[in-house]
Structures are given as structure tokens and as C-alpha cells.
Design a binder for this molecule. Structure first.
Ligand code: BTN
Length: 258
């Protein structure tokens, strides 16, 4: 079932957002954010929300499965208006990941919810949510979040069924997506505030929530690959790897082997 008018009114009352652009079906909420950005006043925060995406995008060339009952949305926002310094923009994805963990953890008290650098949320060994942050030339950012909520793995594409999970599959119950989104927006407001006022504290939280610590990871960054044992996440959001050649700090990259 889609979001009702009453849900949209409740979401509009969230302190983080000024406007909602809701679609029962759309290609990608991130693409829609880019399309409407020119017509949105710079300081306005817009929530682009969809029940179904026909062309949901993941990082790189990946596609994103938006199963029925999942949560798919993007926020169009100006990080500067939230007091976030330009040098910390790369940590926006971590702020979103921590907010998702803070939202999901209380609902799943018996399992470990944490994050995988650079911006995935995992329940144990399976992916619960993904984040796609894109910067616009004018400095605004699109923060796209896809979270598996009431969509069942039984309906997932076969290639995903062993690597993803959903809130309802883990908890054995359905969740009110509007309530969940309200909590997530409230938590996101807190983590964005933390990124503005105390970025190192957000880095430290990410470090504690990082489930990759102690694991051997191979990261593709720029035109090279680095393999090492993950030591967690630095205060500034970088990945810390202990490699045979010594400690390495990686600011942006893709985990190609874990
Ligand atoms: C990833 O894990 O690679 C990132 C997935 C991000 C998916 C979300 S769903 C809402 C928004 N719209 C998109 O097309 N992608 C993001």
C-alpha cells in the first residue's frame, strides 16, 4: 500500500523538510531530485518519495531493487545551510548511515545492526539499506536512501536473495513506513547537526558502528587497489587499513573484496 495523504501531512511536519514530492511510481528519486533542483529555492529541503522505482540506482553502475513495501527516497538539501563545512561533505553518507542504524537498531534488539564503509547499513552479514549521495554543481546534495522494510526476500531478484535482508524478514512483523521515515528524518537531522558541530564525534560513532573492523578488505580507489585489515573509520570519515606496507587512510573508494 502506498503513502496516504495523512502520511504526507505528517511527514511535512518533520523539522528537516520544507516540501514533499511524492510519486507512487517513478524511475529514480535521485534522478527526480536532479530534475526539479532548478525550480527549488536553494535553501529549501525537499523530500522526494516513491513507493516504486522502475530505475532505482545504486553506486557506480549498480541498480537498486525497490521491492514493494520498501522505503525509497531522496533529500535535496544544501549542506552549507545546515552548517556543514565543505571539507566534511564527504561524511554526509556516513551521517545518513548512522541515522539509519539509529532508526533500525531499536526495532531489531536481538541482532547487530551496523555499517559498512563507505555507506551501507548491514544486519549481521546482510545488507539492509544503501545510500547514494550525489553533489550538484551548485553545491547542493542529493541524499538517496533505499531501505528494505516490508519487502520480502521471497520477492527479491535471485542474485540478491543471499546478500540482502529486510526489516520485516528479520523482525517477523510489518512496520509503519511513515512512522519509520519520521524517525529516520529526525535521526538524520541529529546526525547532520553532529556533522556540522562535532564531525569528529560522528566519525567516532561510525568507527564504533563499523562491522568491517578486523576484516581483510580490498578497496578500489582512484586507479589502484589496496588490501589490508580494516582498523575502522577515522575521525574524518576515512577508512583505516593496516596493509603489508603500513597503515593507509582511504578517503573514497569501493570495497571490491571483503
Ligand atoms: C547502493 O547501495 O549502492 C546505494 C543504493 C541507493 C538506493 C536509493 S533508493 C532512493 C534513491 N534513488 C535511487 O535511484 N537510488 C537511491
Amino acid at each position: 500500500m502506498g503513502f496516504a495523504e495523512a502520511d504526507i501531512s505528517r511527514l511535512l511536519a518533520s523539522s528537516l523538510i520544507d516540501r514533499i514530492d511524492y510519486h507512487p511510481t517513478i524511475g529514480s528519486t535521485n534522478d527526480r531530485a536532479r530534475e526539479i533542483a532548478g525550480a527549488v529555492p536553494y535553501k529549501q529541503v525537499v523530500l522526494i518519495l516513491a513507493d516504486e522505482q522502475t530505475a532505482g540506482r545504486g553506486r557506480g553502475t549498480n541498480r537498486w531493487w525497490t521491492g514493494e513495501g520498501s522505503l525509497a527516497f531522496s533529500l535535496l538539501l544544501d549542506p552549507g545551510a545546515h552548517g556543514i563545512e565543505r571539507r566534511h561533505y564527504a561524511m554526509i553518507a556516513l551521517a545518513a548511515a548512522v541515522a539509519i542504524v539509529d532508526t533500525a537498531s531499536p526495532l531489531l534488539p536481538d541482532v547487530t545492526v551496523g555499517l559498512h564503509w563507505p555507506n551501507d547499513v548491514f544486519v549481521g552479514e546482510r545488507k539492509l539499506a544503501g545510500i547514494l549521495v550525489e553533489a550538484l554543481p551548485d553545491g547542493r546534495h542529493i541524499v538517496g536512501i533505499g531501505a528494505n522494510v516490508n519487502n520480502s526476500l521471497a520477492a527479491a531478484p535471485p542474485e540478491l536473495s543471499s546478500i540482502v535482508t529486510t526489516l520485516s524478514d528479520v523482525a517477523g512483523q510489518h512496520f509503519d513506513r511513515c512512522e519509520l521515515l519520521l524517525r529516520l528524518l529526525a535521526n538524520l537531522r541529529l546526525t547532520l547537526d553532529q556533522l556540522a558541530n562535532s564531525p569528529a564525534a560522528l566519525g567516532l560513532r561510525s568507527h564504533h558502528l563499523c562491522l568491517q573492523r578486523g576484516r581483510t578488505l580490498t578497496v578500489q580507489w582512484a586507479d589502484r587497489q589496496t588490501t589490508g585489515v580494516c582498523q575502522g573509520i577515522a575521525d574524518d570519515g576515512a577508512l583505516l587499513l593496516d596493509t603489508p606496507g603500513g597503515p593507509q587512510t582511504i578517503y573514497s573508494g569501493v570495497i571490491v573484496k571483503a
